[in-house]
Design a binder for this molecule. Structure first.
Ligand code: NZQ
Ligand code: ZN
Length: 388
């Protein structure tokens, strides 16, 4: 049965070719000072920086820059960004990049006027902001996280060996997001497919939980089928607009809070993946890929009914004459085959994990309560070892 919920998603999206024109509608709503946040420089090579700057200048903005946001943004970089935003007296933070840049911009937006330590308040104590929040807008260049239309902000503290995702409320969601599928064409294949798996994993995390009849599960089956279909095309033909635009839209729906309404969710694979990330700084989607097969095998006895349904409705497994367990196993085999075919990293060693890190990674893994099996620390260790 659907649980009770209140639903609101305040992010205004501009989607498609020339979506950047939406900036002209948005920029006049904010003051003069814009903090332009971006990553390691891909936007300078592919022309997105110039295109965004042009619109900012045409709208009479004074632009301050905060470059160098790394994949898996750190607390150290956050301190720098907060100082820059304060010095600029930023009226708007414009994040141009992938999930890392947008997550970081959200973290900065709630910290500029905050007197407490942002890491302790938001990421360790999981409190909500009680200060003025600087509005954030996003120009998305990498598809996967859904950060363009949610309140997630994942930050890494290397000193504490923790990578933590704070889920902020709708006051922190980007006010607007520009989604032009062509902006993703320059992504290296490694990042592209990591993003594809991040999307699938977000859907898994919300699908593999609960035993009720829930509209969201049907929606998610459709999203997964579309993703798998389009990913197969995009891997062969990365500039295929139809496939890339469908994937961009699927990524947004996979994690813009909609499909989680009124249902329980898991998120354990993300918790293990984030702990791996805290130790290795590996690409987010790849950390999820490396642990997913072992995790799924581990929960199969507890969630066999749902995994069998997934096998049939998502992977097209024919269930006739088979037990639920056989059908479910066939579905997981199909998943693994597809993962290998699109070029995902399937083991933790390749991501830099060594045997001696495993106890620490297990200690950094948060145990969630909504999956088909609530894991013990020992089980997390088993899954990590199996994923090596
Ligand atoms: O830094 P630049 O030079 O821009 O290069 C980036 C980066 O190296 C590159 N890139 C992005 N767009 C490009 C491009 N290269 C060429 N052409 C383009 N158009 O791609 C690399 C990866 O970018 P990043 O932003 O790190 O990737 P992603 O979008 O996967 O974000 C990952 C971060 O988001 C967090 C992850 O944990 C990780 O820290 N997540 C955020 C979530 C949320 N907000 O809800 C949920 C997710 O589960 C995830 O945890
Ligand atoms: Zn993710």
């Amino acid at each position: 049965m659907l649980g009770n919920f209140t639903y609101c998603n305040p992010t205004k999206l501009y989607f498609g070719k020339n979506a950047l024109e939406g900036l002209n509608e948005q920029l006049p709503k904010y003051g003069k000072n814009v903090l332009l946040v971006y990553g390691g420089g891909s936007i300078k090579k592919n022309g997105i920086y110039d295109a965004v700057m042009k619109v900012l200048k045409e709208n009479g903005k004074t632009v301050y820059e905060d470059a160098g946001v790394m994949p898996n943004p750190t607390t150290e970089k956050m301190k720098e960004g907060i100082e820059r935003a304060r010095a600029a007296k930023a009226d708007l933070i414009l994040a141009v990049g992938g999930g890392s840049v947008i997550d970081y911009a959200k973290g900065v937006s709630v910290s500029v006027h905050c007197k407490e330590d942002f890491w302790e308040k938001y990421y360790l104590r999981m409190e909500d902001p009680d200060c003025e929040i600087v509005p954030v807008g996003a120009v998305l260049t990498m598809v996967g996280t859904g950060s363009e239309m949610n309140g997630g902000s994942v930050i890494t503290n290397h000193a504490q060996k923790l990578k933590i995702g704070k889920v902020f409320g709708e006051e922190v969601f980007p006010k607007f997001a520009i989604l032009d599928p062509e902006y993703t064409f320059t992504l290296p294949k490694y990042q592209m497919v990591a993003g594809f798996f991040d999307i699938l994993c977000h859907i898994h995390e919300q699908y593999f939980s609960g035993t009720d009849d829930n509209t969201s599960d049907y929606v998610m089956e459709g999203l997964m089928r579309s993703l798998i279909h389009s990913a197969d095309i995009a891997v062969k033909d990365p500039k295929n607009y139809e496939a890339r635009s469908n994937i961009m839209w699927t990524a947004t729906w996979a994690l813009n809070t909609f499909v989680a309404m009124g249902k329980t969710t898991d998120w354990e694979v993300h918790m293990i993946g984030q702990a791996v990330g805290a130790y290795t700084d590996a690409t987010h989607g790849m950390t999820l890929a490396a642990v997913t097969p072992a995790y799924m095998r581990h929960i199969l006895p507890y969630g066999v009914k749902k995994i069998a349904r997934y096998a049939v409705n998502v992977w097209g497994v024919d269930p006739s004459g088979k037990s639920e367990e056989e059908t479910a196993k066939e579905g997981l085999a199909a998943l693994e085959k597809w993962m290998r075919a699109i070029g995902l990293v399937m083991d933790l060693k390749t991501l830099g994990v060594t045997e001696d890190m495993i106890p620490g990674i297990a200690d950094s893994t948060y145990i969630m309560q909504g999956g088909y099996k609530i894991l013990t620390k020992e089980e997390v260790i088993e899954i990590l070892k199996e994923s090596m």
